[in-house]
Design a protein around this ligand. Structure first.
Ligand code: PA5
Ligand code: NI
Length: 187
């Protein structure tokens, strides 16, 4: 006899939210992003406790740094700007530099900024259903260019780790709002 179990966690595809009893959530605020946005005057006028994004994950399944496991997380990036620069994640490379990652779009409209740290950058559209492969040795950052929350799923190795470098300097480009569209400038 094989016992049939139900999964501990459900991904609600409409909202992009995880439903379950063993979840953890990490919120990143305007204050945490002080060194990332260019317009310091606009930043200083904002509430440092305002949430810019939060990441939810299953709790205690595996530990960062362990070999062989995978993490599964959903990033929820609010819509908004600091000055004219769209809300974005800090962005990072992996401590285990050559490890790759998958992202996929669940809700909202955004961009994935990839930078190989050797002078070559790429922007990939993020929309519901888009499957995005992030190669190893590549800095990655999400940017919300839409009018609603951007929800993006991610799977990465437990050994990967996050290395935030020296903040915005990992990236050579910025994405700013111009009317109803966006433009890309040098960082
Ligand atoms: O592992 C990932 O790449 C994501 O889960 C990110 O950690 C998440 O989007 C938050 O971004 P950051 O770690 O750059 O703050
Ligand atoms: Ni990553």
């Amino acid at each position: 006899m094989i016992e049939i179990q139900s999964s501990d966690t459900i991904l609600d595809l409409k909202s992009g939210r995880l439903i379950g009893s063993h979840l953890k959530r990490t919120t990143t605020t305007i204050g945490d992003l002080r060194n990332y946005f260019k317009d310091r005057t606009a930043l200083n006028r904002m509430d440092p406790d305002q949430a810019v994004y939060w990441v939810e994950m299953e709790e205690n399944k595996q530990k960062e740094g362990e070999e062989g496991g995978l993490f599964f997380g959903i990033s929820h990036l609010c819509c908004g700007t600091v000055g004219d620069e769209f809300f974005m994640t800090k962005g990072h490379v992996h401590n285990k530099f050559d490890t790759a990652e998958y992202y996929w779009g669940i809700k909202g409209t955004g961009l994935l900024l990839l930078d190989n740290l050797k002078g070559s950058s790429r922007l990939i559209e993020v929309k519901p259903g888009a499957v995005l492969y992030i190669p190893g040795r590549t800095a990655h950052r999400l940017i919300n260019i839409g009018n609603e929350e951007l929800a993006v799923g991610a799977v990465w190795q437990t050994i990967s780790g996050h290395n935030y470098g020296r903040g915005a300097q990992l990236f050579h480009n910025r994405v700013t709002k111009v009317g109803n569209s966006y433009q890309v400038t040098e960082a």
